[in-house]
Design a protein around this ligand. Structure first.
Ligand code: 2Q2
Length: 323
């Protein structure tokens, strides 16, 4: 028999949950800070299509780029209160789950392969578990990221060049400490506010991977990308555990299958597209300073990193650098 299940919203606690023949009608709202052509958005739309197909339209996902659902931190709070359902997030989750700090520690990873092995291994699993327990978010698939670089209006090659340099960092306490130690004057700001702050000289710079520098058109308000490559990291695409629990068993399986397929899509898209962002920024007139003393930045940040990390975090950190 087919029990019609109409308008199943967030927080609905109908005892039918999980029954096999239940027809659901669920809409999830996913927010992130990239623009509509950014690879996270393209991937999220692909995931939405797959979920729609595999659940016969019972689960639909609406994607909101450019922090249209609110900034990352608000987006997480909204998921917890049931007014949003999904988010793309990473090291900012250290504000709730300390192990999430390991998703982006200055100079912890050597390259993308090192990063991938950690994400796919035991450490990645531990981080996912803590995110689930402490924040109530379930990781569906992930994005590896190109390294973070510092942008500015004059070349910055060593920490000494940071004197008097005020810059934006995301809401990531470890980044605040690391950049202070390097000699800059960092302040926390939502991503969607950075362009205007740069334009109005409220800040002199910011740091992000090439794809987000491109996504937010920072080349219009910043002359240089300095290849500090100070952080390799990754992000999860997450859904609220409560929202996921509402799904019937069949729909849960469909969503997980869609997520596994989307992982392959995301990894392919990353390798195909990631180089293009730098090339296009150069075409747009951005200057690349590749003459950066990365070792000096690493040394300047190292004491702050060590001091910042709790015992738990330091253990994970040591396991990462030894991997
Ligand atoms: O600069 C940003 O806002 C992003 O590149 C952040 O790294 C990212 O959103 C983290 O805050 C992830 O939690």
């Amino acid at each position: 028999s087919l029990s019609l299940f109409i308008g199943c919203g967030n927080g609905d606690t109908n005892g039918d949950n999980g029954s096999e023949d239940e027809v659901q009608s669920i809409e999830w709202r996913l927010g992130h800070l990239g623009n509509d052509t950014h690879l996270w958005n393209v991937t999220a739309l692909h995931f939405a299509d797959l979920v729609n197909e595999k659940t016969d339209g019972q689960v639909t996902i609406s994607v909101y780029p450019n922090e249209q659902l609110g900034n990352e931190i608000d987006n997480i709070n909204m998921i917890q209160s049931g007014t949003a359902d999904m988010v793309i997030s990473g090291e900012s989750m250290q504000n709730w789950a300390e192990k999430a700090a390991l998703m982006a520690v200055p100079y912890a990873f050597n390259d993308i392969d090192h990063l991938r092995s950690v994400v796919e291994g035991e450490i990645g699993a531990e981080i996912e578990t803590e995110i689930s327990e402490k924040i109530g978010l379930k990781a569906l698939y992930y994005h590896v990221r190109a390294p973070r670089n510092l942008t500015s209006n004059y070349p910055i090659s060593t920490p000494a060049d940071l004197a008097g340099f005020s810059m934006r960092v995301p809401n990531v306490p470890l980044f605040v400490e690391a950049w202070k130690a390097a000699g800059a004057n960092p302040q926390v700001m939502a991503f969607s506010e950075v362009f205007t702050a740069l334009q109005q000289n409220v800040i002199n710079g910011q740091e992000n991977p090439y794809d987000l520098i491109h996504s937010a058109n920072f080349n219009e308000v910043q002359e240089y990308t300095n290849e500090t490559e100070h952080v390799y990291g990754w992000l999860y695409v997450l859904v609220g555990e409560d929202q996921f629990a509402e799904l019937s068993e069949a729909n849960k399986a469909a969503v997980l299958e869609a997520a596994a397929e989307t992982q392959v899509f995301a990894d392919n898209l990353f390798s195909e597209e990631i180089e293009k962002y730098k090339a296009e920024l150069i075409e747009r007139g951005m200057k690349i300073n590749s003459d950066v003393d990365k070792e000096a930045f690493r040394e300047a940040m190292a004491p702050a990193v060590e001091e910042f990390l709790s015992e738990t975090q330091l253990n994970l950190y040591n396991r990462i650098v030894e991997a």
